[in-house]
Write a protein of this length. Structure first.
Length: 191
């Protein structure tokens, strides 16, 4: 029987500072592949309450499927455990900071490092469900605070969050404008 060939576009592995060569980042950079490095996980616990060894999570991304053997050859000089095929790049990058695991130590999104042209922000783009939720918050805010000027509202969005600003300028701008116009008319008619 022939051995099954495992392929994938995204592969994850763990790098331990104590066993990896000091130039492990340069070794990966020389592949000219996209890859993303997590913050150093140095506050994680084992189930028995002891600290886990400090480590980085790394996700290596290819333009097309590559084999497990090819990935193993790329990371061999790093002296790391076996790589794992990633089912969801978005889920993996979110795991880098334990975003969806509140029971684990939370790491800073700002400490995720992109290499080789990787676009970390694309992994955090709002889903359709998130956009609807943000839009509800925006409409409620406009109504409760009687916002009647789009320029003022955009400045509020900049101060509130990147998510609000993104939704305000890239999604549903007509609906937001109509809501603000409605608030302006409501104020004008009550005078």
């Amino acid at each position: 029987m022939s051995e099954k060939i495992v392929k994938g576009r995204d592969w994850a592995f763990i790098v331990y500072p104590e066993s990896a060569p000091k130039n492990w980042r340069e070794i990966l950079d020389e592949t000219h592949m996209r890859w993303v490095e997590s913050p150093l996980h140095d506050k994680d616990f084992n189930p028995d309450g002891t600290f886990k060894k400090p480590h980085w999570h790394v996700m290596l991304s290819a333009d097309g499927p590559i084999t497990l053997k090819a990935v193993e050859k790329i990371i061999e000089p790093l002296n790391v455990p076996a790589p794992q095929k990633v089912g969801s790049g978005r889920g993996m990058i979110r795991y880098f900071i334990h975003l969806d695991n509140p029971e684990k130590c939370q790491y800073s999104r700002d400490e995720i490092v992109a290499h080789g042209g990787a676009d970390v922000e694309s992994y955090f783009e709002l889903t359709k469900t998130n956009k609807i939720s943000v839009m509800k918050d925006i409409i409620t805010y406009i109504y409760e605070n009687e916002i009647d000027n789009y320029a003022d509202f955009l400045m509020i969005c900049i101060q509130k969050s990147d998510e609000w600003f993104d939704v305000a300028i890239n999604n549903n701008t007509l609906a937001i404008n109509k809501m603000i116009d409605g608030m302006w008319l409501k104020k004008k008619n009550s005078l």
